[in-house]
Write a protein that binds this ligand. Structure first.
Ligand SMILES: C[S@@+](CC[C@H](N)C(=O)[O-])C[C@H]1O[C@@H](n2cnc3c(N)ncnc32)[C@H](O)[C@@H]1O
Length: 704
């Protein structure tokens, strides 16, 4: 048995530095994994990096021979903290010298527990960590922050999640890049250029860029005619960034009867020097509302035609309840009308009135195939359900379906191209995986549930919130544009992420598993994880939006992962209304998962749990609870001893989030020990003090 030594996470963490770096991360773009694909409730990499390091490194109080006095221990702790403070800075993510320093500290602690000497060279340390450090396992891996950071620290990372989309993201972050470490790109351009040294996954990134561009060119050849340029008043032309549309329902006023355009706002740009809005007017001859573009601030109507009290007809001024629009939509009488065109100008956006020619072109689009999946009847977070929308394909215009089916087909064709250029099935599948992620992320910007945001003058994707609310006025982005949300940017963001992924000796492993039903085959892992919180996010329901496209695009590559028509939902560990006694069910499953974790986890290293929870005590399903208390009692019930709790600010305060009643303010990490191992050093019986820090130990041994 290896010796148990108190770890840094049980004693002290530089919280201010960790929280500052975590908060900053929310605003990062280039190369951050969150830009590769959406996942909900991602933990900041900074917090994960710090927690992993502090969970693995011995606290100096556990080393009385080396640090006999409190002062010596304090100095050593402060040295370790200085490593964490540098580690959490995003710009240092790939600082090899700093990572080598951090890995050495971890390897030293592992070596101590085995009474061995730690190798000194960075490569020796990596090999030692691979062979002797326990693997880090995250059974609720989601967007992969924890496994990714474990891999960065040179540890073997193992990730699982119930959700196939999450599993795919984790594969892309930790499993695939090490397979191509140092491999040069295979595309003809790079081959003919020759010579360059390709470090890490840079060769893969170059291929993602090349074949992503190849896809764009192919797609433009096939469907470019559906994306006409806008005609400018001076006779010139401009590439369209987005076409803006309003859904319409017929005005029920018998004296009126015009199709009522439903818009949240008439504003197109709120930028001070570019204040644009669209003015509705009734065309007397056509009994139809038309739109012109205005660019002076004064007269902008304060509200749109959709507001809390209902929907208003701009022609006759009569307001109907919103339920009227819902019923009309269900009866198949909801239409859509172009309201404006946004085009690329010289370092600015151009706002133009709708064009009959462009409307006709959009209406001519006919996809060759469509995704067939129905939405589950319980998809309560997809508000379109109430409007008679029952299939995922109905969240897209016909032209969007043409574009998405074309790009989906092209991922498969790009895979064939890579195979032709390089000859290996495995590498072709790897490149196709990243192109499919770019494609999947692009669907979010190419839905009739994407919106035009006048404050940032850009298209906002479907998931401004952790739900898909009904959208009446939507933006149809042009994937072939040069600015804003387009295919090339999606590919570039994936490539930048790939370029910066850690590619060490230690290959990550990813699989799909129900954390409440699996007995882990991972041997004595260190568990660092982040379970779901009650009904805060319906991962399966939301991720179907991506899954239906990923399945059709990648099923040949990952037949098991994409076997089911939709994301598995029955085993999901959330307190969604679709489950009977949903609160009790959630707590029961969480307890079961924690039981399984405790039975499998390494005994000589604490497990760490991130837990996002609502700070204020509130009524949850009629039962007074704080999620935090429930989590602590579930951990203790599973046989863990709580050895430290840390308040961490890992939740963003995005505008939409802050408005939502569901927003979580704070996450807390608890460093916990399971039963096994002899304790050396440490404070035995202090009780955890809620959200502050607390230390305790002694727990049940694992069941036989
Ligand atoms: C809070 S999120 C994890 C977020 C992750 N730490 C990150 O940084 O992106 C919780 C995850 O639990 C997953 N999940 C829900 N029920 C599950 C189950 N029964 N087994 C395994 N994973 C499950 C969800 O799909 C979700 O990805």
């Amino acid at each position: 048995m290896t010796a148990f030594r108190k770890k840094l996470i049980e004693v002290d963490l530089p919280l201010v530095a960790i929280n500052d770096a975590s908060a900053r991360e929310k605003h990062l773009r280039h190369g951050h994994p969150s830009t590769m694909h959406r996942w909900w409730a991602r933990r900041p990499l900074a917090a994960c990096r710090a927690v992993l390091f502090a969970s693995m490194v011995d606290d100096p109080s556990a080393l009385p021979d080396e640090f006999p006095t409190e002062e010596a221990q304090r100095r050593e702790r402060s040295r370790l903290h200085s490593i964490i403070k540098r580690l959490v800075v995003w710009e240092n993510s790939n600082d090899e010298a700093l990572l080598a320093e951090a890995r050495y500290e971890i390897a030293r602690s592992v070596a101590r527990s085995r009474n061995e000497i730690c190798p000194a060279s960075p490569d020796g340390v990596l090999a030692y960590l691979r062979d002797y450090a326990p693997p880090v396992y995250d059974p609720f891996a989601g967007g992969g922050s924890i496994p990714l950071e474990a891999q960065r620290l040179g540890l073997r990372a193992v990730a699982s999640d119930l959700n196939p989309v999450a599993v795919l993201i984790n594969k892309a972050l930790i499993e695939l890049p090490p397979k191509v470490a140092g491999k040069p790109p295979v595309n003809p351009d790079a081959r003919s250029a020759g010579g360059a040294e390709w470090r890490g996954a840079a060769g893969l990134a170059a291929d993602v860029r090349y074949y992503g561009k190849w896809m764009r060119d192919q797609a433009f050849e096939r469907i470019g005619h559906l994306y006409p340029k806008a005609k400018l008043p001076d006779g010139g032309e401009a590439t369209v960034i987005a076409w803006l549309w309003a859904r319409t329902v017929p005005c029920p006023n018998p004296a009126c009867g015009v199709p009522m355009p439903l818009v949240r706002t008439f504003q197109l740009s709120k930028k001070s020097k570019e204040h644009y809005w669209m003015r509705p007017a009734l065309k007397p001859d056509s009994k139809r509302v038309s739109f012109s573009v205005q660019n002076h601030a004064g007269d902008v109507p304060k509200v749109g035609t959709v507001h809390r009290n209902g929907v208003r007809c701009v022609a006759c001024g009569v307001t109907q309840r919103t339920s009227y629009a819902r019923e009309e939509s269900k009866a198949g009488r909801m239409g859509e009308q172009m309201t404006a065109i946004v085009a690329e100008g010289d370092r600015k956006r151009l706002f133009l009135p709708p064009s009959e020619e462009h409307v006709a072109i959009a209406r001519a689009a006919e996809p060759k195939w469509r995704i067939s999946q129905k939405m589950p009847a319980t998809a309560h977070l997809v508000s379109g359900r109430g409007y008679g929308i029952s299939r995922w394909s109905e969240l897209f215009t016909e032209r969007q379906l043409v574009a998405l089916t074309t790009f989906s087909d092209l991922v498969k064709e790009a895979r064939d191209e890579v195979r032709k250029d390089e000859g290996s099935e495995e590498y072709a599948n790897i490149v196709a995986t990243y192109l499919a992620l770019a494609f999947s992320k692009n669907t979010e910007m190419n839905s009739s549930f994407s919106t035009w945001e006048a404050d940032v003058v850009s298209v906002r994707g479907v998931f401004g919130r952790q739900a898909i609310p009904m959208i009446f006025d939507f933006a149809e982005a042009n994937s072939f544009a040069n600015l804003a949300q387009n295919w090339s940017i999606r590919v570039e963001w994936v490539a930048e992420t790939v370029e910066q992924l850690p590619v060490s000796l230690n290959n990550g492993e990813t699989f799909q598993a129900d954390a409440a039903a699996t007995t882990y085959s991972v041997i004595e892992p260190v568990i660092v994880t982040d379970p779901p919180y009650y009904d805060n996010i319906s991962y399966a329901e939301l991720s179907d939006f991506f899954y239906v496209w990923l399945r059709t695009t990648l099923r040949d590559v990952y037949p098991d992962l994409f076997a089911s028509m939709l994301v598995p939902i029955d085993e999901e560990m959330i307190a969604a209304p679709r489950f009977e006694n949903s609160m009790e069910r959630f707590e029961r499953l969480l307890r079961r998962a924690l039981d399984l974790i405790r039975q499998s986890c390494a005994g000589n290293v604490p497990s760490a749990f991130f837990y996002a929870y609502k700070q204020q005590e509130e009524e949850l399903g009629g039962k007074a609870s704080t999620g935090w208390e429930m989590m602590l009692s579930a951990l203790i019930g599973a046989g863990f001893q709580i050895v430290g709790t840390w308040p961490m600010r890992t939740e963003g305060k995005g505008r939409l989030n802050a408005m939502s009643t569901n927003s979580l303010a704070t996450s807390v990490v608890a460093g916990l020990s399971s039963a096994r191992g002899e304790c050396a050093g440490g404070d035995a019986d202090a009780v955890p003090a809620g959200v502050g820090a607390g230390v305790a130990r002694r727990a049940r041994p694992p069941e036989a």
